[in-house]
Design a protein around this ligand. Structure first.
Ligand code: FES
Length: 156
């Protein structure tokens, strides 16, 4: 099957019902997306599909014809993505198992809503679980990224 990931096309030896997460991790060596629940509930495996965050553990590669996938490996260009920077500046993570899924979900949220309220951030991030309970810092990091994007803070 052919699949477009991070602006590159890959041909993978996998059936159409294979999950995207399995293909990323075990066929292509992209291990940034994590396996948590395996049923679409924790967000650790999220990737962007045509710019929208989705759990790769319940997405079959057969459903991805014509779609562009962006994984955590492809989220940054020459420098870190502003969301990655804000998460680092806010010192968000403890164990960081949820990190890539959180960053992907935050990027997707800010694409839809450039200046979300605290409540909108909490609602928008509900599909992502942090087992260390760093939620207040995650909210602050997303607020920081939104402010930087809107020109109210440092961007580099
Ligand atoms: Fe995919 Fe939990 S591993 S949502």
């Amino acid at each position: 099957m052919e699949i477009a990931i991070n602006n590159k096309r890959y041909t993978v030896e996998a059936g159409s019902d294979e999950t995207l997460l399995n293909v990323l991790r075990n066929h292509l060596g992209m291990t940034g997306s994590k396996y948590g629940c395996g049923e679409g509930a924790c967000g650790a495996c999220k990737v962007l599909i045509d710019g929208v965050a989705a759990p790769s553990c319940i997405t079959t590669i057969g459903s991805l014809a014509g779609k562009n996938i962006t994984t955590i490996e492809g989220i940054a260009e020459e420098v870190l993505h502003p969301v990655q920077k804000s998460f680092l500046e806010t010192d968000v993570f403890q164990c960081a198992y949820c990190a890539s899924g959180m960053v992907i979900a935050a990027v997707s949220l800010l694409k839809k809503n450039e200046k979300p309220s605290e409540r909108e951030i909490i609602q928008g991030m509900q599909g992502n679980i942090c087992r260390c309970g760093t939620y207040p810092r995650i909210v602050r990091a997303i607020q920081l990224a939104a402010n930087q994007k809107n020109g109210h803070g440092q961007t580099n």
